[in-house]
Design a protein around this ligand. Structure first.
Ligand code: NAD
Ligand code: TYD
Length: 361
């Protein structure tokens, strides 16, 4: 049975990936989820699988090399899928240090532990050992406001935020291990994800949550920044395809050509909420475009992201399955059905963060 070590599996994309993998492979695989459970990690995301015999959760911090080495020593790991990271741009502007620690040093630890466990005395690696580093399109920087400009795998890195700089640093480390040690890895650079289990500090769940609570919808700057939104299950599928069918040492860009301005997204969320709430739900009345509030722009705010997914489509036959109109409905329905999850995610520490982040805007 093939054993996967997934880092950051209690977060948004990691937990969706774990659900996807169990749906696809059932008991043909074993998954060990290593997560430090920061504010963004939520074990509730995995309650449906937590009793599976082929699922193990280990609370450990990727900044702790000894802890990671111990996991490799005690388990015969075939595949690593490395999601664990600090992932929110706004937090990276306020507190960049932890982004360097987790994203750069943590990734170095993952690479060193995997290398120590896998590399044979002759410097080669056993067949089938593979490391997939999950990264972002934000490493490429910002595109001009032009519908024909895209990020390709060959686009030079030009990160602007401490988050994207730390992810760029981690990507470069993975590249260097492939080039120097022949370390068996792939890198994926994906566009913005949305879907179930996303922490409500990110734009889409934040707008859904605020609208339901009759709170202002804070749009940064002029609202004309463009993001390329992908339903999270399509990302999970792409990651699996890259590990199954991709060429080792290659980078694959992942995105579904769904570029939208932020203000368009907010208006779609308002319209969809109104459409989906029952006629007699009192919240319908206040969910209007009057909630939209333009606030101070994010520092260094990247204008436009757009992925060219030509390589993964052509080489691996990947296609996104969920178009935005359907994906946003599925996402909103999930937040309707999981109010308790949302209450837990938005209480306590998050409340303090929200007040601090938006009070000056
Ligand atoms: P997330 O913030 O929801 O989850 C991150 C997870 O990592 C959490 O469970 C957290 O507890 C864990 N973690 C954080 N620091 C850790 C540490 N030091 N040790 C162990 N675990 C730690 O993030 P996400 O949105 O699911 O993103 C996952 C990955 O995908 C990240 O590497 C991110 O850069 C990348 N990515 C995200 C997007 C997106 O739109 N969200 C797009 C492209 C790529
Ligand atoms: P976000 O979800 O933080 O993703 P990223 O910064 O990684 O792209 O933000 C998506 C876009 O939405 C980005 O252009 C910033 C904007 N935004 C707002 O306008 N208001 C908000 O409250 C948030 C969180 C984001």
């Amino acid at each position: 049975m093939r054993t996967y070590l997934v880092t950051g599996g209690a977060g948004f994309i990691g937990s969706n990936y774990i659900h996807y993998m169990f749906r696809k492979y059932g008991d043909e695989i074993r998954i060990i989820n290593v997560d430090a459970l920061t504010y963004a990690g939520n074990p509730e995301n995995l309650k449906e699988v937590e009793n599976y015999d082929n699922y193990t959760f280990i609370k450990a911090d990727i900044r702790d090399l000894d802890a990671i080495k111990k996991i490799f020593a005690e388990n015969d790991i075939d595949r690593v899928v490395h999601f664990a990271a600090e992932s929110h741009v706004d937090r990276s502007i306020v507190n960049p240090g932890v982004f360097v620690e987790t994203n750069v040093l943590g990734t170095a630890n993952m690479l060193n532990a995997a290398r120590a466990a896998w590399e044979k005395p002759d410097g080669t690696y056993p067949e089938g050992k593979k490391f997939l580093h999950v990264s972002t399109d934000e490493v490429y920087g910002s595109l001009p406001d032009d519908d024909n400009a895209f990020f390709y795998e060959t686009t030079p890195y030009q990160p602007h935020s401490p988050y994207s700089a730390s992810k760029a640093g981690s990507d470069m480390l993975v590249r260097s291990y492939m080039d120097t040690y022949g370390f068996p890895a792939n890198i994926t650079n994906c566009s913005n994800n949305y879907g179930p289990y996303q922490f409500p500090e990110k734009m889409i769940p934040l707008m859904i949550h605020n609208a339901l609570e009759n709170k202002p919808l804070p749009v940064y700057g002029d609202g004309m920044n463009v993001r390329d939104w992908l339903f999270v299950e399509d990302h999970a599928k792409a990651i699996d395809m890259v590990q199954e069918k991709g060429k080792l040492f290659e980078t694959y860009n992942i995105g579904g050509h769904n570029e939208k301005r932020n203000i368009e997204i907010v208006k779609i969320i308002i319209a969809t909420l109104r459409e989906m709430l029952p006629e007699n739900d009192p919240r319908r009345e206040h969910i209007t475009e009057d909630l939209i509030t333009y606030v101070e722009d994010r520092k260094g705010h990247d204008r436009r992201y757009a992925i060219a997914p030509d390589k993964i489509k052509k080489e691996l036959g990947w296609e996104p399955e969920t178009m935005f109109a359907e994906g946003i409905k599925k996402t909103i329905k999930w937040y309707f059905d999981n109010e308790e999850w949302l209450d837990h995610a938005t209480s306590g520490a998050y409340q303090e963060y929200y007040e601090k982040m938006y009070s000056g805007r």
